[in-house]
Design a protein around this ligand. Structure first.
Ligand SMILES: C[S@@+](CC[C@H](N)C(=O)[O-])C[C@H]1O[C@@H](n2cnc3c(N)ncnc32)[C@H](O)[C@@H]1O
Length: 465
């Protein structure tokens, strides 16, 4: 088998499928597609892939997720009836390799290896001739296919229609740039452990080792050509962690203004990325890291151990403080709330096909519940950072507005608001991350006004009529 070009790397996937025949990777990626179509998330599916195949299977599955809309559109033109599941999965993955302009493999290789993939599986063997005919027809009729794809939103943008409509309504300027950007693999960004070294020093080490890298923020460094985690200098020793530059804004926003051994609640903490960052910046903080998911909570402990940091970790529902709160107020609360993940589709390209339009309202209601339940735990003068890795206003500004309407003791401090990569600066609040083309996120920073200040403001309001 020959490969015309290398598959694009995804973070941590330095050698996707090197030495593994493409037909074998196609089998794995097709299985993964079948699982996503059945509603399962790609991460645990790929974790079960045999280790020698994992990097290649991930690169190919991610690619398939990014171009699935186009592939399904072409498939519907080619066929009157969809083929049985496993065969359709191989067909669609192969189409994602034939349709986009940028080709990962030459066309002959794709057709040949896709046919090989179905022949070598007892469940799909019967369809080898059919698959061969479909893929060859697709190549012959490529112009018809391309025109059909351009004429259909889902096929063109490779996102569900409801997602495109919501994004267009929420960000009339930036939606198309975001969707386009979402087709590219995410950059591999590290957080340099501020307790041990600074980013400039780490960059210098990388340069000495011949690893191309660049600075994204105070502690954020991009490895330009991604490496597997164990080959990242200093990772095992705890000098660096993997965390997007956008996510790295949380700790600094919350730590700013905290003095002494402040008590901080990280209410939705697992796997502990932001907890650890907070402690790297401010080792003196006393942090309670809470998460309701026991398995994910274990990862908080593992991460803190690698970084030699300490926090109290508890498994509990943050929305029910009656079950776990000791009654002592916190100086600061980080609420990194459960959300659609619509801002991190570059890292998790399956999210777009897994979410349903109705999920957004349900998630917004969970976010409201958490905000309401946690606010009383904050001391007057304390700060709460509310964030989501979503680009939808329903999981950002709309939540903040709803909260402010019924909490007159909350002041909305300066914060980034909606960060929409490639948006070209349409954020209603401060700035956006157009200069660092990273994840989409939402940040709102709230301060609890002391009761006296609230009473004075109320009196003033009533006087002014
Ligand atoms: C966006 S993730 C948090 C990521 C984490 N802050 C980090 O930086 O590594 C959201 C987390 O919220 C947790 N979660 C969801 N609902 C919760 C609740 N009611 N109470 C506590 N944790 C919750 C989920 O289990 C999930 O781990």
């Amino acid at each position: 088998m020959s490969r015309s070009r290398r598959a694009p790397d995804d973070p941590g996937q330095a050698t996707p499928g090197q030495g593994v025949p493409l037909w074998r990777l196609l089998q794995e990626a097709s299985h993964a597609l079948g699982q996503v179509r059945a509603g399962r998330s790609l991460t645990p599916v790929l974790e079960k892939t045999p280790p020698p195949l994992r990097a290649g299977a991930q690169a190919l599955s991610f690619h398939a997720m990014r171009w699935l809309g186009s592939a399904q559109c072409a498939r519907d033109l080619l066929l009157q009836r969809v083929a049985p599941g496993p065969l359709d999965d191989v067909l669609c993955v192969a189409l994602t390799l034939l349709l986009p302009d940028e080709k990962l493999y030459d066309e002959f290789t794709v057709v040949n290896q896709a046919v090989e993939a179905v022949k070598r599986n007892a469940r799909t063997r019967f369809g080898a001739g059919f698959l061969n005919a479909c893929l060859r027809r697709c190549l012959k009729e490529r112009q018809t296919m391309a025109a059909a794809i351009q004429g259909d939103d889902l096929a063109r943008w490779n996102f569900p229609r409801w997602w495109i409509e919501r994004l267009r309504a929420d960000h009339p300027q930036g939606w198309a740039g975001f969707l386009q950007g979402a087709q590219r693999p995410a950059p591999l960004i590290l957080r340099v452990n501020a307790r041990r070294r600074d980013a400039a020093d780490y960059l210098a080490q990388l340069a000495r080792q011949g690893i191309e890298a660049r600075r994204w923020g105070p502690t954020a460094v991009e490895i330009v050509h991604p490496l597997p985690i164990e080959r990242i200098p200093g990772f095992l020793a705890g000098d660096v962690s993997v965390q997007s530059a956008t996510a790295q804004r949380a700790a600094a926003l919350l730590a700013d203004g905290l003095v002494g051994q402040a008590r901080v609640l990280d209410a939705c903490a697992a796997p502990g990325g932001k907890t650890a960052h907070l402690l790297e910046l401010r080792p003196d903080l006393r942090v309670l890291a809470l998460d309701m998911d026991a398995a994910r909570s274990r990862r908080i402990g593992e991460n803190l151990q690698r970084l030699d940091l300490r926090a109290e970790v508890q498994v509990a529902d943050a929305a029910q403080p009656g079950h776990w709160w000791d009654g002592r107020h916190f100086d600061a609360i980080l609420l990194d709330a459960p959300c659609s993940g619509s801002g991190i589709v570059r890292r998790h390209p399956d999210i777009r096909w897994l979410r349903r339009a109705s999920d957004i309202d349900a998630l917004a209601a969970r976010q409201d519940r958490l905000l309401r339940a946690l606010w009383p735990l904050l001391r007057p003068g304390g700060r709460m950072l509310f964030c989501t890795c979503s680009v939808f206003r329903a999981e950002g500004d709309a939540r903040l507005e709803a909260f402010l309407q019924c909490h007159n003791d909350a002041s909305d401090l300066a914060s980034p608001g909606h960060l929409l990569p490639a948006s070209g600066g349409n954020s209603a609040r401060i700035g956006d991350n157009q200069t660092c083309d990273d994840d989409g996120f939402y940040y709102a920073l709230l301060e609890k006004r002391p009761a006296r200040a609230v009473a004075v403001a109320a009196r003033l309001r009533s006087r002014l009529g």
